[in-house]
Design a protein around this ligand. Structure first.
Ligand code: CTP
Ligand code: CA
Length: 229
């Protein structure tokens, strides 16, 4: 008889995944943001649900609908995303797929700023945001912490090298390196990823986001410690 892969390798597990891109307010009507649609994180939430996990999706300004059957927590800013992830930090699997704004704006004004106030050559002063992933990873924990890295590095060896350095810096268990180019990533239908652990590349996948998401969930399930009976 042929071995059949477990269809629900995450049954009985909890998983939280962040998706989308955080926005940092400048004033009540303006923000600094990024182009992340949230499609990859949403696809992961769906794949994890199908794999049997109880899924929480922390969505930051999603451009795509959240899947049925997952608990959705909507956030806008990096501070809100950090708080929501902190509240679910004890999940069996924690995935940071969101594009987090690296900086926030100092001195956000309560009212909409006029051009008169801005002047002709305004400057914004920024402060670095805390690293949510590193915060979730660098603590006493039993769960699996997974990061994402969208890289534009064209050379594969250099890309993996960067990924391994980032994985070590963040203290995560796995890092999904996503190739972003003119025709790949950020809202595109197809994508190409390498999944790294401390030993190197443990999985590769390319194609539609839904199928890549299933491969990433399989790699996560294989990496989880076997359940105690
Ligand atoms: N991340 C995070 N908090 C931040 C920045 C990034 O949790 N303030 C997470 C992202 O969600 C992703 C991983 O860290 O899972 C890698 O994001 P990336 O932007 O590649 O890492 P940075 O450390 O910000 O490095 P870079 O200078 O390349 O932007
Ligand atoms: Ca960054």
């Amino acid at each position: 008889p042929t071995e059949r892969a477990d269809a629900t390798p995450l049954a009985g597990r909890t998983l939280v995944v962040s998706a989308g891109g955080t926005r940092e307010p400048i004033d009540p009507v303006r923000f600094l943001g990024n182009r992340s649609s949230g499609a990859m994180g949403v696809a992961l939430a769906e794949a994890a649900r199908d794999a049997g996990a109880a899924v929480t999706l922390v969505g930051a300004n999603l451009h795509v609908p959240a899947p049925d059957g997952v608990a959705l927590v909507e956030v806008e800013t990096t501070a809100q995303l950090a708080e929501a992830m902190e509240a679910h930090a004890d999940a069996d699997v924690v995935v940071m797929a969101a594009a987090v704004a690296d900086y926030r704006v100092d001195g956000v004004s309560d009212g909409k700023r006029s051009k008169e106030e801005w002047g002709s050559q305004p400057t914004l002063t920024l402060t670095e945001n805390p690293d949510i992933l590193a915060g979730l990873a660098h603590r006493a924990r039993q769960n699996l912490v997974v990061g994402f890295a969208a890289e534009t590095e064209p050379d594969d060896t250099a890309l993996i090298h960067r990924g391994r350095a980032k994985l070590a810096r963040k203290g995560a268990d796995l890092l999904v390196v996503n190739r972003v180019g003119h025709a790949e990533g950020f809202g595109d239908v197809t994508t190409r990823v390498s999944v790294l652990d401390a030993s190197g590349v443990i999985a590769e996948s390319a194609g539609a986001k839904a199928s890549v998401a299933r491969d990433i969930i399989d790699a996560i399930a294989e990496h989880l410690a076997p359940r105690e009976e």
